[in-house]
Design a protein around this ligand. Structure first.
Ligand code: CO
Length: 156
């Protein structure tokens, strides 16, 4: 495994619509393993392939139980309710802002072996999955921020 460089806001990779993953091979597994290591090293909550310069529809999020949820070719089928909360992004270091997201989503995706799965995600996981899915469309969370947090608020 290897830690990959995380591209920052302003890099064209973050503005592209990513192509679907079509081959569930060793190359994909290496990418996902590297993304896990990169995310852990950065102490983040989620990471999308374009953030490491790979324009494919793959993302990972921490599952809150010490593991990772790998979302390949994710598609949000349904959303319910709304939640407002602070969000940040490893590609936009040092900034946090309030963003409204659905409270609950139904997401369909493939795992690293190409198996189709469907999950209902709530709260933090719904927020993280929406944030990462947006990355695959070339969209940063910044466009959704209703209010940026002051440094004092971030520390609290
Ligand atoms: Co992000």
């Amino acid at each position: 495994m290897a830690i990959r460089n995380i591209v920052k806001q302003g890099d064209g990779c973050l503005e592209k619509v990513c192509r679907p993953v079509t081959e569930f091979n060793a190359r994909l597994h290496t990418l996902l393993d590297d993304m896990r290591e990169t995310l852990a090293a950065a102490d983040g909550a989620g990471l999308a392939a374009p953030q490491v310069g790979v324009l494919r529809r793959a993302a990972i999020i921490v599952d809150g139980e010490g593991g990772y949820l790998e979302l390949i070719n994710p598609e949000i089928l349904e959303q319910q309710g709304s939640q407002e909360g602070a969000e940040g992004c490893l590609s936009v270091p040092g900034r946090y802002g309030m963003v409204e997201r659905p409270q609950k989503i139904t997401i369909q995706f493939q795992d690293r072996n190409g198996e189709r799965r469907r999950l209902e995600l709530e709260d933090f996981l719904a927020r993280a999955a929406c944030h990462e899915t947006d990355h695959l469309e070339g969209k940063l969370y910044l466009r959704l921020v209703t209010r940026f947090l002051d440094p004092e608020e971030v520390e609290a």
